[in-house]
Design a protein. Structure first.
Length: 307
């Protein structure tokens, strides 16, 4: 039985930004990700395959390595080239720091052999736009996905990556601590997040870019109450030293969940949560981030669709 002894699923990730308004604009108009929920200092986006990503405004950004990227697939290689031309033409307008030339990745590096290119966005977060033939297989790209007209056609987030200084220990942590599936390929590993977010862990010589808490990965439980989270946290504390877990924070109520955060041996942060499953609009009002009046004043967008 894993340390987190209840059924878990990897459901979401978060990124930092300097300005939430500009971040929403970039993710919607460039990366084709619709806003699920808008808060004063953060926003939640949902890709067409249900993967949740959040952007949180912070006063100072933590630099990110290339191998902490998000993959956005498009239909085929010809579409990669068309998208690259559009993104390159809009690089200055959207403050993108870097747009690489399209190329085929070497699958010997970390299991990815697709044709694509990388984007370093205005906040220093990395994205890969690639043909729809990634290491986890092709994913459905709906022709009518929202938002229409984005530079990268609206669609899924097919996988994310993170760094590991010891792949064998990371695989053990995924399987025996988090309770997530993991397959080792020597210097990298794959996880399908128990049917949630796909992850590739990539060997790094050292963690040159320690991760901040607001760049975290989310593990969600869909059954149980606060007592379960408290029990999981107790279990995590009892086994922390065996797995090299660096920090475990107190459990708190926030953004519609009761959860605690912990930092693994590679400085990656994890949120372990029970979700309250409210309508995103109702949850935002309950959290006190907006009232109906201020939401109207600020032009906040709310998608009345549950996760």
């Amino acid at each position: 039985m894993p340390v987190l002894f209840a059924p878990t699923r990897a459901t979401h990730t978060t990124l930092e930004c300097r300005d939430i308004v500009q971040s929403i604009r970039f993710y919607r108009e460039v990366m084709g990700l619709p806003t699920l929920r808008r808060l004063k200092m953060a926003a939640i986006f949902r890709a067409s395959n249900g993967v949740i990503a959040a952007s949180v405004q912070v006063p100072r950004l933590a630099p990110q390595p290339l191998h902490n990227f998000y993959a956005r697939p498009v239909r085929d290689r010809a579409e990669v080239d068309r998208v690259h031309s559009r993104v390159l033409a809009a690089q200055t307008e959207y403050g993108m720091q870097r747009v690489t030339s399209p190329a085929i990745e070497d699958p010997a590096q970390f299991g990815v052999g697709t044709y694509g290119f990388y984007v370093l966005d205005l906040d220093g977060n990395w994205w890969r736009v690639e043909e729809n033939d990634g290491p986890f297989g092709p994913v459905d790209i709906p022709s009518d996905a929202d938002p229409a007209g984005s530079l990268v056609p609206a669609g899924p987030i097919s996988y994310v990556t993170l760094e590991s200084v010891d792949v064998a220990e990371s695989v053990r942590f995924f399987r025996e601590f988090l309770g997530l599936d993991a397959e080792s390929y020597g210097h990298y590993f794959f996880s399908r997040g128990n049917g949630g977010v796909n992850v590739i862990g990539i060997q790094a010589a050292a963690m040159d870019y320690p991760q901040p808490m607001l760049n975290h990965h989310g593990i969600t439980l869909y059954t149980g109450r606060e007592e379960l989270i408290d029990g999981l946290r107790t279990s995590a504390e009892a086994n922390a030293s065996d797995f090299g877990v660096m920090k475990i924070l107190p459990a708190t109520y926030q953004h519609g969940s009761y959860s605690f955060y912990m930092q693994d041996r590679d400085t990656n942060w994890w949120e372990i949560e029970i979700l309250e499953e409210l309508d995103p609009y109702e949850q935002t009002l309950k959290d006190g981030e907006w009232t109906p009046e201020t939401a109207a004043e600020q032009g906040a967008r709310f998608a009345r669709t549950s996760r």
